[in-house]
Every structure is written in C-alpha cells, then in structure tokens.
Design a protein around this ligand. Structure first.
Ligand SMILES: Cc1cc2nc3c(=O)[nH]c(=O)nc-3n(C[C@H](O)[C@H](O)[C@H](O)COP(=O)(O)OP(=O)(O)OC[C@H]3O[C@@H](n4cnc5c(N)ncnc54)[C@H](O)[C@@H]3O)c2cc1C
Length: 375
C-alpha cells in the first residue's frame, strides 16, 4: 500500500498541526481541569477548514477524505484529546453519516451548516442499558401524522452539551433501527449536564433525553430499518478516528518521555542512557508507528470506497492499546513527575483509556476481527 500523501493531504495535516500548536495547546490544561466545552475552539477549527474535511466540496466541505482527516485528528489530539474527540465525532461520525445517506435536502440544509462549523454535530447511539449490544436499544420513534415522535434516553453523547444537531438511532416498530436528524431546538429535546469522567473532560459528553420529541418525516436519515447499516458504516469510519486520537495521545507521551530522558540526570548520567529507559522509549516508538500504519491503511481503504470493517477494528484495537501502554511507560520514565498534576503525562494517562472503550471496547474489536477473518 502506498502512503505517499498528496500535497492536499500534507497541507491539511500541516495546517491542523499549526492550528493545534497555536490555539489548542495553550488551552489543553484548562479544558481538562474545568471540563468546559471549548466551543470557540471548534469555531476556530472550522475557520481553519477542519470542520468539514470529509464533506464533498459541493456542500461546502474540504473533500479531503478520511486519511487527511485522521492526520488532522492526530495532530489535534497530540495537544488535547478532548479537542480531538470533538473533531472526530463531528467529522467522522456525523458529517460522514449525513454525507453518505442524507437526502439532497439534508445535505443542502444540514451538511452545509456542519461543514462550515455553523452547527456542531453529535452522534447519539449508546444508551444507559445499550452499549456493545445494539439490539438492546430502547429509544423509540413512533409514526405520527407529521412524521415521528421520539422517546428515550441516550448516554455518553460526545459534543452533546453544545451540539446543534444530533444523529439519533431509534427503534421503528418491526422495521428495526432507524436513524434521524434531531435539531437541538426541537420541543422535547433535553440535553443533560456534562457527564463527569476520568479523561477527555472537555468533550461535552452528556445524556440526551427525547421526551416525546416530534420531528418531520424529512428528518429521517436513510430508509426505515436502515439504522444498523448506517451506524455500522459510521462506526467503521469513527473507529479510524479514535485510532488517530489514540496515536496523537501516544505521540505526546513519547515526546514528553524523550525530552525527560534527555534532561533528567541520575547516577551522573541522563536517564536516557539507562537501557531500561531506552527499551521503554523504543517500545513506545514502535507501537505508535505500527498503529499509525494500520490506521492509515484503514483510512486509505475507506477513501477508496472499500469495506473497512476489519481494517478499522484492527486499527482501533492496535492504536488504543498502544496509547494506553505508551501513557503507562511514559509515566514510568517520568517517575514521580509523571504522577504529578504539574506534568501533562497524568492527563495523557487518563485520556488514553477512553480509546479502549469509546465506539466499541477492545473486546468488541477482537470479536469483530475474529468474525471477519473466520467468515
Ligand atoms: C468518553 C466516552 C465518549 C463516548 N461517546 C459516545 C458518542 O459520542 N456516541 C455514542 O453513541 N456512544 C458514545 N460512547 C459510548 C461508548 O461507545 C460505549 O460506552 C461503548 O460502546 C461500551 O458500551 P458500554 O459502556 O455500555 O459497555 P458494555 O457494553 O456494558 O460492556 C461492558 C464490558 O463488557 C464487555 N462486553 C460487552 N459485550 C461483550 C461481548 N459480546 N463479548 C465480550 N465482551 C463484551 C465490554 O467489552 C466491556 O468490557 C462514549 C463512551 C465514553 C466513555
């Protein structure tokens, strides 16, 4: 597989790196400590062209594809995993779903707003009693004369505290699961307060309650009963984004560990001269590089229009476990300073864990991989 990035892809990744260094890095600690959703940073990211990266140019997006998008998400996550999560959900779950299955009207009316950053999107699939097992979803969409009435509660909705539009999955009688676009301003939409969490504290995760929320039929995404297909495709792409987020976190761990290994002296020498420390650094670098190659492979397959369920699960599993290992080793290299809140290693340590859970746990990725290779 050829990974020579085009000039356009290189330019997006360079621009994302510059944006992240200038705007995101100085805010990362405060975002983590206060848990405040950085809506202004999302607007700034949109102004830098990072809100509609994978949206066709005809609808106001960059038309850059998933590979450029994951390169950008890695750059942003390297400075702030919350900001990386915000961009990955908006670009690779919400814009992805509306781009691929939205009607012409939805693309014109909604996708344009998402791509320009006028609207922030959120993806509401999981529920308090349904995470790995989508067959347990309880939210319903009942047919009414004007369209549908949605009732139920969604959990862990990233971007939820600030989102303008939600992609919501609900049961439509015997038809199975169906996807809908729900604007925040609709009656019956109740957005909860931020769900307190270990990491990615500024990603606006919350509960979303749909209390008899009525929406017109034109807000349905795809056909009735198409929900599982739409969710699965979006999850395939979103998981590549989580992999990129994990690589960004892993890279931050490695960079901080390398700096420390060069400057911290014990026993009359830099600790980077101890073989035990060198091996940790070598393992981290190897893990991160392998994870990036698998992630780019999955993104490349998606950009070529190929099925990428296997590649996406492999990338997410590898990258998330690499990030968790990198944050543990990074903390070990920094010793007590890594454990201190004065260094960002403890934030990387907390942030890395969610990548093994969000959008399908590592166990679910292993099940997916096994099912694909046994088929
Ligand atoms: C910070 C954060 C952000 C999130 N953002 C979003 C979002 O934007 N949109 C959204 O829809 N969801 C989101 N989620 C939800 C996330 O996708 C789910 O938490 C995840 O799919 C796991 O579901 P669960 O938490 O219900 O765990 P469960 O499904 O209850 O699983 C619990 C444990 O059992 C294991 N397990 C379950 N089933 C099996 C099985 N069949 N075989 C083997 N092991 C199994 C799991 O691996 C896990 O270890 C987010 C979650 C977090 C923590």
């Amino acid at each position: 597989m050829n990974f020579d990035l085009t000039q356009g892809q290189q330019e997006i990744i360079r621009r994302a790196g510059e944006f992240a260094e200038r705007h995101v890095a100085p805010r990362a600690v405060a975002i983590d400590r206060t848990g405040e959703f950085p809506r202004d940073l999302f607007q700034a990211a949109a102004a830098a062209g990072l809100a509609g990266l994978n949206v066709p140019v005809a609808y106001g997006g960059g038309g850059q594809g998933v590979l450029a998008c994951v390169g950008a998400i890695e750059e942003v996550s390297r400075r702030c995993a919350s900001s990386g999560a915000i961009l990955l959900v908006h670009n690779l779950l919400v814009c992805e779903a509306v781009s691929t299955v939205g009607s012409e009207h939805q693309r014109d009316a909604v996708l344009r707003k998402l791509a320009s950053g006028e609207w922030l999107g959120a993806f509401a699939l999981a529920e308090p009693e349904a995470g790995s097992d989508l067959s347990s979803l309880q939210t319903t969409a009942a047919r009414i004369a004007s369209g549908y009435r949605l009732s139920g509660a969604k959990a862990w909705v990233t971007n939820g505290t600030s989102a303008d539009a939600f992609v919501v999955f609900a049961k439509t009688g015997d038809a199975g699961l169906t996807a809908f676009l729900v604007e925040r301003t609709r009656g019956g939409v109740r957005v909860g307060t931020r769900t307190e969490s270990l990491g990615v504290c500024g990603s606006g995760c919350c509960e979303l309650v749909l209390d008899g929320c009525e929406i017109p039929a034109e807000n349905r995404l795809g056909a009735e009963g198409d929900g599982i297909r739409i969710a699965s495709r979006a999850l395939d792409t979103g998981r590549i984004g989580v992999a990129a987020q994990a690589i960004g976190i892993g890279r931050a761990c490695l960079e901080q560990a390398l700096d420390y290994a060069r400057t911290r002296r014990q026993g009359g020498q830099a600790i980077g001269e101890f073989q035990a420390v060198q091996w940790m650094l070598a393992d981290m670098a190897t893990d991160i590089d392998a994870a990036r190659l698998l992630t780019w492979k999955a993104a490349s397959a998606r950009d070529q229009g190929l099925a990428c369920t296997l590649e996406s699960a492999v990338a997410k599993l590898t990258a998330s476990e690499a990030a968790v290992r990198a944050s543990g080793k990074g903390m070990q290299v920094l010793g007590s300073r890594g454990y201190s809140r004065q260094h960002s290693m403890e934030r990387f340590f907390r942030d890395s864990k969610v990548t093994e859970i969000d959008l399908g746990s590592s166990d679910i990725q292993r099940l997916t991989i096994a099912a694909q290779i046994l088929a």
